[in-house]
Design a protein around this ligand. Structure first.
Ligand code: TYD
Ligand code: MG
Length: 455
């Protein structure tokens, strides 16, 4: 018997080293090296043993045939949009997300919604009964959806020969394991090899494959940074578990833009596609509540109106507290400093709490002005008219700065029946205000907006 070969792998980036190291030279992380058995059989990995029937000779790029209509409709408009217009045959897509966020539900729904494709849902996490129960809950019937609770890739490939599915979903890549590598499933070398086998299968048979991947506590896809290089598309499913809304974001896409995003709502019967996000992000409220301002923001390519809520109160303790949900606290501190120093509002001894409705995280700078307006409104205890919205960045000297896609924002606010929108006066060039019924109010300074709102 040959000697067992082992090596050390960085669990963060997959770098390999013959001996243990405290710090990974490749990614700079500390204490990530773990010893894994890497002995392969003589004949090499399965990925290299899957026979490729295609001829592999160099050909002219102009001779390569392709068609624009090649995309597969997943019957999920949000997913189609994020993928860049549908699923590309032979593509490998990785879907990451925290446990319990709804990855399995999303993929099972996709499997059930495709009646014209044979879909194989491979699950290493749940039993057939559990998946069936979930399918009952989602309430879609489909005779063409097959379930396989197997984790060994060699056996999976045998089944694939028989079933010949049109779409494959593997839930999750961390539970798959190949016989050719001895380390336990979920380790970097197993994940790498299993993904390589799946990739090879998908490229040869032109079958699209979805891999579900777990996320570690620091938010990166567990273990395999390496996976991100191998797959064609990386999607991230995220959201606040206390709210129903989920966002599907594209982090990498070889076949489309990464700025698209899909929005879903998790309810009792699975995930519902949300085609008009503004509806859910504006909470119902009475007219006269102070501290609320609506921002016209753009997430990905989609304009949406979202509510920002602020609460300003006298500090109970010596050091005032500042906290924000869905918004960067440092940015909030900066905006408060600008209000204090440049515009003369006394907020230094006040607690400030900020909340973005719907539990979604915002990093569009255009929300600044709404945050400032909400803070001032709460500080004054004077409500802002509910038909007013804001779209501008606030600079360090208190100036109202222009933002991109201002027309898209104005027209979305207009469509939703808002009556006035505050923007930067530097944002007006080339905008045809007469096209809209909404009143566009260009401003250059916070003080002027303050006077217009509360003066
Ligand atoms: P799941 O898809 O199992 O998450 P993941 O695969 O990402 O770990 O989602 C589980 C959560 O979704 C669970 O907390 C229950 C909730 N859920 C609903 O609220 N409604 C539903 O119809 C389903 C199927 C799940
Ligand atoms: Mg799951």
């Amino acid at each position: 018997m040959s000697k067992v070969k082992t090596a050390f792998f960085c669990q963060n980036c997959g770098a390999q080293s013959p001996k243990w190291m405290g710090k990974c030279n490749a990614c700079g992380q500390w204490n990530t090296f773990v010893e894994e058995v890497i002995q392969r059989e003589e004949k090499g990995s399965l990925a290299s043993s899957i026979r490729d029937p295609r001829s592999v000779i160099p050909i002219k790029i102009s001779d390569v045939t392709f068609s624009h209509e090649a995309r597969i409709n997943t019957h999920d408009q949000e997913l189609n949009r994020v993928l860049g217009g549908g699923l590309v045959p032979g593509s490998l897509t990785l879907i990451g997300g925290e446990p319990g966020i709804g990855k399995s539900t999303l993929m099972l729904q996709v499997a059930l919604k495709c009646p014209d494709q044979k879909v194989l849902y491979i699950s290493g996490e749940e039993s057939e009964q559990q998946i069936r129960m979930r399918a009952e809950r989602v309430g879609i019937k489909n005779e063409n959806c097959f379930i396989l609770t197997e984790t060994n890739t060699q056996k999976i490939f045998q089944h694939l020969e028989n079933v010949k599915p049109g779409i494959i979903i593997a839930d999750s890549i961390q539970t798959l394991q190949t016989d050719l590598i001895e380390s336990s499933s979920g380790s970097v070398s197993q994940i790498k090899e299993c993904a390589a086998e799946m990739q090879k299968y998908s490229k040869i048979t032109n079958t699209p494959v979805f891999l579900i991947g777990h996320i570690t506590k620091d938010g990166s896809l567990a273990g395999p940074k390496v996976l991100e290089h191998m797959v064609d598309t990386v999607l991230q499913f995220e959201g606040d578990r206390n709210y129903g809304y989920r966002i599907l974001r594209s982090l990498k896409n070889r076949f489309g833009s990464t700025s698209e995003l899909g929005i879903y709502e998790m309810n009792d019967s699975g995930l519902r596609e949300v085609s008009n996000p503004s509806e859910i992000l504006l909470s119902q409220r009475d007219e006269n509540v102070s501290g609320i301002a609506i921002a016209a923001m753009v997430e990905g390519m989609r304009p949406m109106l979202i509510e920002t809520q602020a609460l300003v109160s006298s500090a109970v303790y010596g050091t005032p507290q500042r906290s924000a949900t869905g918004f960067d606290v440092r940015r909030l501190n900066m905006l408060l400093a600008v209000l204090e120093k440049r515009s003369g509002f006394r907020l230094g001894h006040k607690d400030v709490f900020l909340n973005i409705a719907g539990g979604i995280k915002v990093d569009d700078p255009a929300i600044d002005l709404a945050v400032v307006a909400a803070v001032l409104s709460s500080n004054q205890d004077s409500p802002i008219d509910s038909k007013t919205c804001f779209a501008a960045e606030v600079g360090l000297s208190g100036e109202i700065r222009p933002i991109n896609r201002v027309e898209q924002r104005i027209s979305e606010a207009d469509k939703l029946g808002f009556e006035r929108i505050f923007i930067s006066k530097y944002n007006t060039r080339g905008v045809d205000f007469k096209r809209y019924t909404i009143q566009v109010l260009p401003f250059g300074k916070i003080e002027d907006i303050y006077k217009r709102l509360f003066g």
